[in-house]
Ligand binder design. Sequence first.
Ligand SMILES: [Fe+2]
Length: 305
Amino acid sequence: MPVDSRLEVVPFVEVGDFGPGFTAERARQCCADLERGGILFFSGIPYELPQADVNFLLSYAARDSRFHKNVSYRPASDVLRGFAGDAESRRRTHDVMRRYSRQVTGFVARLLAPYAAHWSLDYASYRPLEEAARSLSVHKRNDLLHVDAFPTRPTRGGRILRVFTNLHPANPRVWEAGLPFPALAGQYAAAAELARFAAENSAPWRRVARALGLPLRERSRYDSFMLHFHDWMKENPELQRTLPRRHLEFPPSSTWLVFTDGLPHAVMSGQFALEQTFIVPVRAMVEPELAPITVLERLSGAKLA
Ligand SMILES: [Fe+2]
């Protein structure tokens, strides 16, 4: 498949002025930039985040997070997970994460207004560990290029939008990222056995459960392929060595947004990041033909969700 001329290795877009003059036309352009595999970048924190909350998160991490990967916050149910500490610190962390999630969501609703009526708000997380120092199994490693897929939360084609803020007082968060999904899939989806996943039938027990009207959190063919593709990319040394990518350094207090299901990325180093995830349905896309599910359906000639 020829590389779409609209797609660079990683379009990197500094948003700059996000004042009262931010128009609907610019919001739409920001959506289009993201959907092409771009990263929207702010050199500061473009939503309200009290310094006291930042200080608390930094000090808490130094004390209590040795045994936990992330602290996660579920906005829909107002539940905090992954926290190890005393009751008072827990209450405070819960408050900080709730406030962060609300503020960042309000900001993204304005920046990416075309999505706001359609998305479902997923989890927020605080990532206190130094990424360069972790020893993890191949499939869990963050320093290998991959696209995101959720094992327990199938999106059925919905896109994974993530907003990150680097809270480290001195060090950048360092990524490598590229190539946008249409080019990536054109080069690798067949080798990753897309055809096998496209031909898969629903398990018989699922058909029975559906016929009985039982509630199912069903994983679509799209979700199955994306989970497999995530692992397959990390296992593939040739891809890791040769995939075109950019080296990116996100400075302290900077904020960036990216569709992590569509742009291969690896986290090389960095510590103390806040993140909020949104699931955005393809019908809300400005350029739906660039969405991974559309690309994979075109390549396979099959419906995947
Ligand atoms: Fe990732």
